[in-house]
Design a protein around this ligand. Structure first.
Ligand SMILES: O=P(O)(O)OC[C@H]1O[C@](O)(CO)[C@@H](O)[C@@H]1O
Length: 601
């Protein structure tokens, strides 16, 4: 697998390729800026006045939120160098592919020029640590952002918490499109995401072949073993994000075989090879909990006799000063079909009143498109086909986010491209190392092709169409908030998550938000690190790409720091963690939450 070290002192290809861009992109002069500043004293000369410098030459202290003021932290390095490079690359893309982008979006030269200028100013404000600008588009979501910006104590890129500043930059990148006439639907990262899908075809074919053997009903032990393996496939797929690699393509690597031909990339082999890099492995517990909980929810749904015929949403809406709920189930108790009995009408309860979930569902809070989303779809397909759950809800981002995060369009693209995949490669079989059984010359070829992948793509299309796979994109996922604050900022989403048998959070950004962006003690348990965020059993699958972590065995963090002090920035290590603690699902005191589902997938 590729490592994607990004610090200038590392030997990675990325840092050397971009060192030129880094130098030109960054000109923050933090120390000089803050140590002394000439000020005009009325009636006298200019004199130098001390101004307190917020920058400290340290790593992030323990139990403090990550922030760009700690100069030895990844947050500082990211804001100073990585994020400006990502913006520079978007500018390069617009300049290089202007004509293509114009014709694909019916945009004008003016649109492209305007967007380039917009990003250039954004980049400049970032590297010089300016105060955030308020958004100027006028939508309910943008108004919320402005409220959060106005209420945040430190409205500067480096002095606010890292995750807020980072999310703000991606939100502004989107605003540049919203403000233009012709770039409303433009995704500045579309090309990179599509390329990364194409580059991962081979491992997808290998996983697809194996998945086909995992789908038919199997005995308990095989089902558990397959579930655990697929969780690990999903974990290591998180190495393939384009934000850590600054947009450079990242694929699972394979070595040259004895014949000099690249070996077939086998993600199952990679799971094996990376055993020691999996620092916390709760896969067995996860598999047990999901199966047991799903069975319990199924029983509760079946035996639920406590459904209301008439919901009180309208009363609740009036009390909350909100428009009355439009959902069919909330209309006055009228039989849905001619002749329907009262009992039948009870089968459509109001979501706001449910104390039992409407279906047995598993939720995935997605991270990256391409190979990572493919892996998530495989796990989802397995859960449905083993009849563990009835539905899988995929939470994606409404707007382009952290370069490679899944948007509804990417979701559609990945499924369509799997269905249309056409790939095949043949490689001479490898001889086993001497001493191992069958040391004799291998015979024949190992081949891989996309037949099963294409079949799966077709099935997934149907699962989306019949509502088994649901795509959701609530605005909260593209807000700057950490998850312990979800209940306060988006109680409806929190309640939706409560319906899930378990919620699986993918990737580094989700992990940072789960931990409240706090550099907690690395041995602190996952449950404590979540700071009260317990809508459903939570699963985190994350390769470590930022300097915070929890749940490590005593001494592990120190040991890894001794080996490589930048181990937390490269995505080489991973964790699979479970918090089983859950808040009980009670009838809501608010009117029904709107769906949040994406129709056009
Ligand atoms: O795709 P992921 O796993 O959320 O990673 C996103 C990347 O963005 C960051 O969260 C911030 O740049 C990094 O920590 C990480 O490299």
């Amino acid at each position: 697998m590729s490592t994607t070290s990004t610090r200038p002192d590392s030997q990675s290809q990325h840092s050397s390729v971009h060192s030129e861009t880094v130098r030109s992109a960054v000109n923050i002069s933090d120390d000089e800026e803050y140590s002394t500043k000439p000020e005009f004293i009325y009636g006298g000369p200019f004199i130098k006045v001390e101004k307190p410098c917020p920058f400290l030459n340290t790593a992030t202290p323990m139990n403090v939120q990550l922030q760009g003021t700690f100069k030895k932290s990844f947050a500082y390095y990211s804001l100073k160098e990585r994020l400006p490079i990502i913006l520079t690359k978007v500018i390069d893309y617009l300049s290089r592919e202007g004509s293509k982008i114009k014709s694909a979006n019916s945009a004008s030269d003016e649109d492209i020029r305007g967007y380039i200028q917009y990003i250039t100013k954004l980049k400049n404000d970032l590297v010089t640590n300016k105060k955030y600008d308020l958004l100027t588009v006028d939508t309910p979501e943008a108004r919320k952002w402005n409220e959060w910006i106005s209420n945040t104590e430190n409205q500067y890129y480096f002095t606010n918490i890292w995750v807020f500043s980072e999310c703000y930059v991606y939100r502004r990148l989107r605003e540049g499109c919203e403000l233009s006439k012709g770039l409303q639907n433009f995704d500045p990262f579309d090309e990179q995401k599509e390329q990364s899908f194409v580059n991962s075809l081979e491992p997808m074919c290998v996983v697809a072949d194996k998945l086909m053997t995992m789908l038919p009903p199997s005995d308990k032990d095989k089902r558990k073993a397959d579930f655990m393996t697929l969780l690990k496939i999903c974990l290591w797929a998180n190495k393939c994000d384009l934000s850590l690699s600054l947009g450079e393509q990242v694929t699972l690597n394979s070595a040259d075989g004895s014949s000099g031909v690249k070996k077939i990339i086998d993600p199952f082999q990679i799971v094996n090879d990376l055993k020691d890099k999996l620092l916390v492995d709760d896969t067995a517990k996860i598999s047990d909990l999901v199966v047991t909980k799903a069975e319990a929810v199924a029983r509760a749904i079946e035996g639920n006799t406590n459904l209301k015929t008439k919901c009180s949403c309208n009363r609740l809406a009036t009390l909350a000063g909100l428009p009355p709920c439009k959902q069919e189930c909330c209309e006055e108790a009228k039989p849905s079909e001619e002749g329907a009995t009262e009992g039948e009408a009870q089968q459509v309860p109001c979501p706001g009143k449910l104390t039992v979930p409407p279906a047995v569902m598993f939720d995935v809070v997605c991270d990256n498109a391409g190979y990572e989303l493919f892996a998530d779809l495989c796990l989802a397909h397995f859960l449905v086909s083993q009849n563990i759950v009835k539905k899988v809800r995929f939470h994606v981002k409404r707007i382009p986010w952290f370069v490679s995060d899944v948007t509804p369009r990417d979701f559609k693209y990945v499924i369509r491209s799997c269905a249309q995949a056409s790939y095949s490669r043949e490689v001479p079989m490898e001889s086993k190392p001497e001493g191992e059984a069958e040391a004799a010359e291998p015979e024949g070829l190992r081949s891989v092709n996309s037949n099963n992948l294409a079949n799966l793509g077709g099935i997934w299309r149907k699962l989306v169409d019949d509502g088994t796979f649901v795509v959701m994109c609530d605005d909260f996922w593209t807000s700057p908030h950490v998850y312990k604050d979800m209940k306060q900022h988006d109680p409806d989403l929190y309640r939706k998550l409560q319906f899930a048998v378990a919620v699986m959070f993918k990737g580094d950004l989700n992990y940072r938000k789960l931990l409240g962006e706090r550099n907690c003690n690395p041995t602190l348990g996952f449950e404590a690190a979540l700071q009260g965020f317990t809508p459903a059993p939570l699963i985190a699958l994350r390769t470590v790409k930022a300097d915070l972590v929890c749940g490590l065995p005593k001494g592990k963090w120190e040991q890894l720091n001794g080996i490589d002090d930048k181990w937390m920035e490269k995505g080489d290590y991973g964790v699979i963690q479970l918090c089983a603690k859950t808040e009980a699902l009670r009838a809501s005191e608010r009117p029904c939450a709107p769906g949040g589902e994406v129709d056009d997938v």
